[in-house]
Ligand binder design. Structure first.
Ligand SMILES: Nc1ncnc2c1ncn2[C@@H]1O[C@H](COP(=O)(O)OP(=O)(O)OP(=O)(O)O)[C@@H](O)[C@H]1O
Ligand SMILES: [Mg+2]
Length: 235
């Protein structure tokens, strides 16, 4: 009964959060468009030596950040339809790593890949799976603060599942925070907004998989994605 009650509470919590996010996105969008638009006009009229030009630029950048946040929230709501095709996660991971290669090199971060041989193709939505993994890599990069900076991404078969792990040698996640990191808008960053893991989890769940995390503060974090091979599965 306890488990059932907790399940219901969890569902209610998720639903009320979703409603709140919906309302906030709706209310914020229109004023944001006018703030951004008018500030652009002011910015263009100011001469380059006007000290206010710098402030106008800051407003424009902040508005762009908020607009991107709202877009991601709305995307989250409209998700649901997968465009499935038989794909190899090896190719997907390689594509995503390529996107981060330059940034990682500049920040002295080594990205190590480890693939089991003969990984089977499985049913995946390519763009969504790329987005999920990209969010994990982005977090890993943002968590790095020590000298030894390594992100390891591995894929192998385990227990009728295709398992993908993304581990980093970053600052790790405090024990009292770990239960909240997949919640929408949970962030420890100045500009959060705390949607990356919510989106990643949603995508993995849509693939009938699970995502979990293990972390020791100060030592890094490991995210584990499990995708079923059977039933929606291996092709
Ligand atoms: N690899 C990691 N190492 C340490 N902390 C992490 C890691 N991944 C996530 N976190 C923690 O979980 C929080 C939520 O992550 P999430 O990706 O959802 O949001 P965000 O990175 O803060 O913002 P966004 O992804 O929307 O830009 C982060 O703010 C951070 O505190
Ligand atoms: Mg993130």
């Amino acid at each position: 009964m306890k488990a059932e009650r907790e399940g219901i509470e969890e569902k209610e919590r998720a639903e009320s959060l979703e409603k709140m996010i919906d309302a906030a996105a709706h209310e914020i969008r229109n004023p944001l468009t006018s703030i951004g638009g008018f500030t652009q006009r002011i910015y263009k009229r100011l001469s380059d030596d006007d000290p206010n030009k710098e402030y106008a630029k800051m407003v424009i950048e902040d508005v762009a950040r908020l607009e991107s946040m709202i877009r991601r929230i709305v995307d989250l709501k409209t998700m649901g339809v997968l465009r499935i095709e038989p794909l190899n996660v090896r190719n997907i991971i390689n594509d995503v790593v390529e996107i981060f290669a330059k940034e990682a090199a500049e920040k002295n971060i080594k990205i190590a890949l480890e693939f089991a041989e003969n990984l089977p193709d499985i049913a995946l939505d390519k763009n969504k799976m790329k987005a999920a993994i990209a969010n994990l890599i982005k977090n890993a990069i943002e968590a790095m603060e020590r000298e030894h900076k390594v992100i390891k991404i591995a894929a192998y078969i385990s227990d009728e599942h295709l398992q993908i792990t993304v581990s980093d040698t970053g600052k790790g996640i405090p024990r009292n925070k770990i239960q909240y990191i997949f919640d929408p808008l949970f962030t420890s960053k100045i500009y959060g907004p705390g949607l990356g893991l919510t989106i990643a989890r949603r995508i993995i769940q849509e693939h009938r998989g699970t995502i979990s995390v293990e972390s020791e503060q100060g030592k890094g974090a490991t995210f584990i994605i499990m995708l079923p091979l059977k039933n929606s599965g291996a092709i």
